[in-house]
Design a protein around this ligand. Sequence first.
Ligand code: 5GP
Length: 194
Amino acid sequence: MKELHEKIVQDGKVLSEEVLKVDSFLNHQIDPPLMQAIGKEFAERFKEDGVTKVLTIESSGIAPSMMCGLLLEVPVIFARKRKSLTMSDHLYTAGVYSFTKKETNDISVSKDFLKKGDKVLLIDDFLANGQAVLGLLDIIEQAEAELVGVGIVIEKGFQPGGDLIRDKGIRVESLAIIESLQNGKVVLTENRDE
Ligand code: 5GP
């Protein structure tokens, strides 16, 4: 996706050989027109799949998911990283190992919003080691809902998550795939997604 590729190259900051900082348009400050274009692209790719819910994880997955849900005309659910005081035991819960924080945390979704028969599109900002996606998959299984596919804004192709998820026979659509972050430079895989 051209606009996203350009934004990553222009504004992405390589923090190390493994971590890209994109807090000027996705992870802290949010670029609405870019989110709209991202949501449109996901909606276009999954429009024939009968999606009934978009599921993501707070907080950075919410903006692109919201734009996609708007166009597909379906609700957007975000898994919470902390149990809210108003949330009871009426929850699906899964453990997720965080690549950035190096710790395992529970994520949860209320049983009110994800049901048997739902056709779920998973969306997340980054795909690195695949742990966030695996946690969300666990929740979809607990709900006996059906996974339609996974939409990722930025996949780090040199980390194992993409293969891990695709090897399960799951459709993964990544709008930008990073080949390497070596020598402080972002190298994107061209044309795989265009
Ligand atoms: P995974 O579970 O696939 O290892 O990592 C996915 C989650 O970790 C994403 O939701 C994102 O929050 C975070 N993450 C992984 N790699 C990066 C990165 O290079 N940059 C940023 N900003 N977040 C990342």
